[in-house]
Design a protein around this ligand. Structure first.
Ligand SMILES: [Zn+2]
Length: 300
């Protein structure tokens, strides 16, 4: 059976995203320091296998391996001229893995730089860069777009505007990454949950969310509750999505290690869903085993 339109599908009950790509590549001993997104071109089979593993574990959708495929992030690897190639390749692999039944979301992450006056980015150039990425992804056949791990309101605004200018009728998800700041949650750039949600809602996204960050599983549950209240306060009926990490990373030999088991992750994710989050997946440290445990817990 062919999938129905994504916007309709997400209204029909829990929708399961995939887990991490980066930590899965590390687990498969893919050389550290290499440009993960260039693997779409250099080793498409590795990326295809990871997508397939998530789909077999129960994911309804996979995210393209293009988190760092805007021209600014690619420039750090000397690939700023390969935006089209890397995104098109990433879209093609995800689409091939998902087939006609499962969904593909075009993944867009931050530029890794700051807008003026804090940094050197000019708003119109940044907008152009996100639009360039979205266009290349769209050419590969997307069901929607997901803008994630954002920390600044000005950058997420530009990213959403750019993607919406390309996405046509396709749904757009947007999320920010929070850390615990005393009693509250704030992004690295000092944005609180209420400001993040009201901004994202005002930009007209279909789904607002949170992902990554350095908080514990219990704190993700607290964050989910805060999101539900903030969405209510914003007065619009938008859906919420969450991609928590497999807990807080611990430093072992200078490397971030995620120690939360699939069962612990699934139990916390279930509570996040009960709080009112309809779309759930995993960020750093989550594996197909985590998604499989979650799918089982949600009785999919
Ligand atoms: Zn993450």
């Amino acid at each position: 059976m062919r999938r129905i339109n994504l916007r309709e599908r997400i209204q029909q009950g829990v929708f399961l995203l995939d887990g991490a790509m980066g930590t899965e590549l590390i687990a498969r001993s893919i050389e550290a320091g290499r440009c993960n997104d260039y693997l779409n071109v250099a080793s498409p089979d590795v990326i295809f296998d990871i997508h397939r593993a998530y789909l077999q574990a129960g994911s309804d959708a996979v995210l393209t391996n293009t988190f760092g495929s805007n021209k600014y992030a690619l420039a750090r690897h000397g690939f700023s001229d390969k935006v089209g190639q890397i995104n098109k390749a990433g879209a093609k692999i995800a689409r091939r893995a998902a087939g006609e039944q499962k969904y593909v979301l075009g993944d867009i992450g931050p530029s890794g730089d700051f807008l003026q006056p804090l940094g050197n980015l000019k708003p119109d150039e940044l907008k152009q860069a996100f639009a360039e990425q979205a266009k290349a992804l769209l050419a590969g056949g997307m069901d929607g777009f997901i803008i994630e791990t954002m920390t600044a309101l000005d950058e997420i605004t530009i990213a959403v505007e750019a993607v919406k200018s390309i996405a046509g009728d396709l749904p757009v998800f947007a999320s920010m990454a929070f850390d615990k700041a005393g009693e509250d949650f704030k992004t690295m750039m000092g944005v609180d949950v209420e400001s993040a949600v009201s901004k994202m809602v005002s930009l007209g996204v279909d789904v607002v969310g949170f992902n990554c960050g350095t908080v514990s599983l219990d704190e993700y549950i607290e964050l989910a509750n805060k999101y539900v209240s903030a969405v209510k306060a914003a007065g619009k009926n938008v859906l919420i999505y969450a991609e928590p990490n497999a807990g807080k990373p611990e430093l072992v030999d200078g490397k971030a290690v995620y120690k939360v088991s699939p069962e612990e992750f699934a139990a916390a994710a279930q509570k996040i869903c009960s709080a009112g989050v309809g779309i759930i997946g995993g960020c750093c440290g989550t594996s197909p085993a985590h998604i499989e445990a979650l799918a089982k817990a949600l009785k999919k």
